[in-house]
Write a protein that binds this ligand. Structure first.
Ligand code: NAD
Length: 417
């Protein structure tokens, strides 16, 4: 079953419980608009290459479309459609005045020079500029894209429309009308959700006794690992696409950040940099990280990491889904049945879009806040979303995932009515 079909199945289940009328459900099953285009780029060697791009606008019943742009070689239209619909549910769940969208380009950004990457980013905007805007569709970063790319995009858009419109994009650098705190927002939001979850949970350990493993050390994984470390949690394992580290006594994440900046990857050498024993910590594989006997497992890399193939080996008591769709439905059903508590993606990683929302508010008003102020507002908004979801969970006596979808779909369906 594809990622899109997986998401669809969940929506059907939630819609049934929430008694969403059939005609509305039918409209929620397909995106409102699908834009397909090719972006020509003049490569450094003089040749011209065309890259496949997409923008999928799923639903805008609650406000303008909102969602990131992914640069990844394995991106497909099916994946972008699933991610666009996830955005509709996420923005609804976070009580934001937005709909859902997603964009992608099938490209490995690491294989492009800075000039080629800039041309691709500007070309993406030239292909879709008529369909986006501060009140229409507001793109943001995702896997493989970052503030510099969004700055180029916002700049291209400003040139085309002829006036300064910073609110048409979020995830920009603070120097180009971005928000302080936007970089850390997703990781910070994940910490807020874990904190709130633990106040309701059966696990009664103190923070410094709770063991955590984080898969992925990019924008999301590195920030949540650092924040949890700073808040006193015992982060015992981390990984990136090249390798994983395990240290029973807990890893000093600040040292990993420093080592990763110097070396670019997490490898055996990183072990020496972060260990405080004479023996280096264990360097192992990503597969092993997922099956560690930790209290909290945090997948923060890509989708479909916990599947039918490894579900039986998972030993974590709680899974906080910071990546989108990291658990396949068969694994989700199996683990839920076994009593593993799963805080789903649309609830756990909503901090990114909440941070984006506050960037948009600041860009619209040209009134900018400090990072402390932004994080305080994100904390408030996410705690509120958690409490409302918790009430739905109790009402329907269901999983966190289904409760999140019921609440999200109800808000969208009510607006569509
Ligand atoms: P990123 O590109 O910055 O980082 C991804 C990280 O995962 C990198 O460290 C990479 O090395 C690692 N990785 C890739 N394949 C891996 C594998 N097989 N095993 C272990 N690690 C692997 O991306 P990101 O922005 O951190 O996004 C991560 C996930 O979070 C994605 O699913 C994304 O959709 C989701 N997400 C991101 C945001 C955001 O604000 N960036 C918001 C919500 C959700």
């Amino acid at each position: 079953m594809s990622f899109f079909e997986n998401t669809q199945k969940l929506i059907d289940e939630a819609a049934k419980l929430a008694e969403v009328p059939g005609d509305i459900l039918m409209r929620l099953q397909t995106p409102n608009n699908v834009l397909l285009f090719e972006i020509p780029v003049r490569m450094d060697d003089g040749s011209e290459k065309k890259f496949q791009g997409w923008r999928v606008q799923h639903n805008n019943a609650l406000g303008p479309y909102k969602g990131g742009i992914r640069f990844h070689p394995d991106s497909t239209l099916d994946e972008v459609k699933a991610l666009a619909s996830l955005m509709t549910w996420k923005t609804s769940l976070m009580n934001l005045p937005y709909g859902g969208a997603k964009g992608a380009v099938a490209v490995d950004p690491k294989k492009l020079s800075a000039r080629e990457l800039e041309e691709l980013s500007r070309g993406y905007v030239r292909a879709i500029w008529k369909e986006i805007g501060a009140e229409k569709d507001i793109p943001a970063p995702d896997v493989g894209t970052h503030a510099q790319i969004l700055d180029w995009m916002a700049d291209e858009y400003t040139h085309i429309v002829g006036h300064w419109t910073p609110a048409a994009f979020t995830g920009k650098s603070p120097e180009k009308g971005g928000s302080y705190g936007r970089e850390v927002a997703t990781g910070f939001g994940g910490y807020v959700m874990l904190r709130e979850y633990l106040t309701h949970a059966e696990i009664k350990k103190k923070e410094n006794e709770l063991t955590v493993a984080v898969q992925g050390f990019g924008n999301v994984g590195a920030h949540i690992a650092r924040i949890l470390f700073e808040k006193g949690y015992k982060v015992v394992a981390i990984s990136d696409s090249k390798g994983a580290l395990y240290e029973e006594g807990g890893i000093d994440i600040r040292k990993v950040l420093q080592a990763k900046e110097e070396r670019g990857v997490i490898d055996r050498e990183t072990c020496y940099a972060v260990s405080y024993h004479e023996m280096p910590c264990r360097h192992f594989t990503n597969e092993e990280l997922l099956t560690l006997p930790v209290d909290v497992l945090i997948p923060a890399a890509l989708e479909s990491q916990i599947t039918g193939g490894n579900m039986e080996e998972i030993q974590a008591r709680v899974i906080l889904e910071m990546a989108n769709g990291p658990i396949t439905p068969d694994a989700d059903a199996f683990l839920t049945e076994r009593g593993v508590e799963i805080v789903p993606d649309i609830l756990a990683n909503g901090g990114g879009v909440v941070g984006s929302y506050f960037e948009w508010v600041q860009s619209q008003s040209q009134n900018y806040w400090t990072e402390e102020e932004v994080l305080k507002r994100i904390d408030q908004k996410m705690t509120e979303a958690f409490d409302l979801t918790s009430a739905v969970k109790n009402k329907y006596t269901t999983s966190w995932r289904l409760a999140s979808y019921i609440r999200a779909i109800t808000r969208v369906a009510d607006a569509m009515k």
